[in-house]
Design a protein around this ligand. Structure first.
Ligand code: SF4
Length: 397
């Protein structure tokens, strides 16, 4: 039963979550006296979330169905928790993420505990020889229900059950995962936490996630006890091959489980009936060509840029390119994340601690400190640098 995954077509007003759980035998280990932790994907809130809406965070109606299921089951100790992107200058905190996603209202209405993991203790754990810190309320739960969204992800190709657990880390550990080796550490964390039940909210799928406005309607839920099995099916629903996804390969290697979908019992809808085509890779060139901006290159290191810098830089540079639509500049480069030392330092702006540390002593470069840098600082400095060739001393920190 452990390798069973259900696929349910979502029908408004019906008990879809209950059906998905029942079809995979997902609640067999649940007891009504358990301390239950629901870990939904609530990656971002605040102004950044406002115009995105679909496919970015859990749908409140799906979460509400799970809450009703747990209450009907007799569970009384239920918490919902996550640690969302922190960009206070854009109003993005876990608190605003709970608010904009409708979770705050759900927690109040059903009398549940709502936890911003950053406001609670973390426990030091050694994984793969490295020290990381995991949320204590997650570790102390008797039963963890993991609720990812059906996403293609621009660094990890998919973001499903295993990747969703990264939200249980403290902020330094999240950043360190990108230095330690993102795929391997996502897999190690997944095998360590191994949630009891995984329910993928696939009402919409997201292209080029974790945060984008490029979504499509899929209208399904997936459920199962085995996170790898659920992710194999979710990856196929998105239209990708599980063996192409680095963290799934790592997870399978660690646990000895198979990536072969033929070894998973799929119940409910057939996979072929719900599959879509998805896109996961993004380039900065896409944003620049959307605004017809020329002469700028952005040097990054893919998975070496952590999500905080990814969100902060894409927001800041989006605002700059929008303001400078159609303009061409003398060649200039912006460096983000832990990239190899840049050979030519003239006309370079180093954005954030990692880029600065990798290019210490580089005369002539402009540095924007921060980890991540403040979005408004980056916006102001990049815009001034592009339009005047320099930054004012008060901005050049
Ligand atoms: S500078 Fe940016 S990429 Fe480096 S650790 Fe800080 S937030 Fe992450």
């Amino acid at each position: 039963m452990e390798r069973t995954v259900s696929i349910v077509r979502y029908k408004p007003g019906e008990r879809n979550v209950e059906k998905a759980i029942s079809l995979c035998g997902g609640a067999e280990g649940l007891k009504s006296h358990f301390k239950v932790m629901i870990k939904p994907n609530v990656v971002i809130g605040g102004r950044l979330y406002k115009n995105l809406k679909k496919g970015v965070v859990i749908n409140a109606e799906v979460l509400e169905e799970l809450i009703v299921f747990l209450k009907d089951f007799g569970c009384t100790d239920i918490s919902i928790g996550d640690g969302s992107v922190q960009l206070p200058e854009l109003g993005a905190t876990t608190e605003t993420a709970f608010l904009t996603s409708g979770i705050t209202e759900l927690a109040e209405r059903y009398g549940l505990k709502l936890l911003d993991f950053y406001q609670h203790p973390f426990k030091k754990v050694t994984l793969g020889g490295k020290r990381i810190e995991i949320s204590v309320p997650v570790l102390e739960a008797d039963y963890v229900v993991n609720m990812p969204v059906l996403k293609a992800h621009n660094q990890t190709q998919v973001s499903l059950s295993i990747k969703n657990l990264k939200g249980a880390l403290n902020f330094p550990s999240k950043k360190n995962f990108h230095k330690f080796g993102l795929d391997r550490y996502i897999a190690l964390l997944g095998t360590y936490l191994r949630p009891h039940l995984n329910i993928v909210d696939g009402l919409y799928s997201l292209n080029k996630g974790p945060v984008s406005a490029d979504w499509q309607e899929v209208g399904v839920l997936l459920a199962g006890n085995d996170p790898l099995a659920v992710d194999i099916v979710g990856t196929k629903v998105l239209g990708f091959e599980p063996s192409d996804v680095g963290h799934l390969r790592e997870y399978a290697a660690i646990t000895g489980e198979s990536l072969d979908i033929g070894k998973i019992a799929i119940t409910g809808e057939s996979l072929e009936d719900v599959q879509v085509t998805s896109e996961w890779e993004t380039t900065w060139d896409e944003m620049m060509s959307a605004f017809n901006v020329k002469g700028v290159s952005i040097i990054t290191s893919g998975a070496g840029v952590c999500s905080s810098c990814g969100f902060a830089m894409s927001r800041a540079l989006y605002m700059v390119f929008r303001d400078l639509t159609g303009q061409s500049f003398q060649p200039v480069q912006f460096v983000v994340g832990e990239v190899a030392k840049i050979p030519e330092i003239s006309q370079t702006m180093l954005l954030g601690k990692c880029a600065i540390n990798m290019n210490k002593g580089a005369a002539g470069s402009i540095r924007v400190k921060g980890c991540p840098p403040n979005v408004n600082d980056v916006y102001a400095m990049v815009k001034e640098y592009l339009t005047t060739g320099a930054c004012t001393p008060s901005q050049a920190k």
